[in-house]
Design a protein around this ligand. Structure first.
Ligand code: ZN
Ligand code: ZN
Length: 251
């Protein structure tokens, strides 16, 4: 299978048992959610795509551009369906975050303006963008939430309710306008500090994330200590209330 078209092959499947568990995370009648093969988050990175059905033929789901060129109301239904399914995947990610790390951090959900693989897909990615697979400037800039290349699902949904001319303009998604964004400077999406190299940026992103994780741990420790102190106080009060040893019976 070509790496470029592998998503479309999966999206066209009616029998999902032929997709390995290591590939398929979850599904609904209208969408599949796969583990990203080259995760750019250190923790959670999924691709969600609409399933190809007779009412949603593949010619309209090559990418966001072809979908938006199609009938506007049909396109809106596809995006709204993805949004609904994305919410449940986001909830699953948040659960895992709390279970495994004790805290939640932002999740970005959106499309790449110029995708690198065929078949429309939504990225659902936790914002700890310092995985081993995060190797190039274009990788990072494609997920930077304010760079403009990453089109947030909420923003795309809002285009449908904007004026028809705005919709038409946004729906064009010209490569020439978006691709240069990938070459811009490396800037931390949280604090806007700029970095010369990817390793330096990743070091910084990791430190920021670890600081958040540590804050939660400190809070947890404090809570534990308070619990222990409370138990101590309890014990003391138990001791205090224990009646003194019975007096020696007086002869
Ligand atoms: Zn992609
Ligand atoms: Zn920063």
């Amino acid at each position: 299978m070509s790496a470029l078209t592998v998503l479309r092959r999966y999206a066209a499947k009616t029998d999902l048992s032929t997709i390995p568990d290591s590939v398929l995370f979850t599904h609904t009648d209208t969408s599949l959610t796969l583990f990203d093969l080259f995760p750019k988050s250190n923790t959670f990175h999924f691709l969600m795509m609409p399933r190809i059905t007779p009412s949603l033929p593949e010619e309209h789901t090559r990418d966001l551009r072809t979908l938006l060129k199609w009938d506007k109301e049909k396109a809106r239904k596809v995006i709204e369906g993805l949004a609904r399914d994305a919410r449940s995947v986001q909830d699953m990610i948040k659960e895992e975050m709390k279970k495994r790390f004790g805290f939640e951090w932002p999740i970005f959900t959106g499309f790449h303006a110029v995708p690198s693989m065929e078949h429309l897909h939504l990225h659902i990615i936790a914002s700890d963008l310092f995985s081993d697979r995060m190797k190039h400037k274009k990788h990072y800039n494609s997920f930077h939430p304010k760079r403009g290349f990453f089109l947030h699902l909420e923003d795309v949904l809002s285009w449908f309710d904007a004026t028809p001319s705005y919709y038409k303009t946004m729906a064009k998604l010209p490569k020439s306008q978006y691709e240069p964004l990938l070459k811009e400077d490396l800037i931390c999406w949280r604090c806007n500090e700029s970095f010369k190299t990817i390793p330096k940026l990743k070091e910084h992103l990791r430190a920021e994330w670890e600081k958040d994780a540590a804050k939660v741990k400190v809070k947890e420790l404090k809570r534990q200590r308070e619990d222990e102190e409370y138990v101590d106080i309890d014990k003391r009060s138990v001791k205090r209330s224990t009646p003194a040893a019975p007096e020696e019976p007086t002869p």
